[in-house]
Design a protein around this ligand. Structure first.
Ligand SMILES: [Zn+2]
Ligand SMILES: [Zn+2]
Length: 64
């Protein structure tokens, strides 16, 4: 099977993923993972060039 996704995040090729959402494309990985976030985390992740929050899937670029 060929994936249409061009997301470079390495988690897409893993079978056991420990985060909820891909920080680069926002795809849901594992909804069983318990993770929590807040505005402070969102700010820190935006600085790390994450496009989406890996905990809630929020688009950090659209957040002021
Ligand atoms: Zn991705
Ligand atoms: Zn979040």
């Amino acid at each position: 099977m060929v994936s249409k996704k061009t997301c470079p995040n390495f988690n897409h090729s893993r079978s056991n993923i420990s985060i909820r959402y891909c920080p680069q494309c926002g795809e849901k990985f594992n909804s069983l993972v318990q993770s929590f976030c807040n505005d402070e985390k969102h700010r820190a992740r935006r600085k790390e060039r994450h496009v989406y929050c890996m905990d809630c899937g929020k688009n950090l670029k659209n957040d002021n």
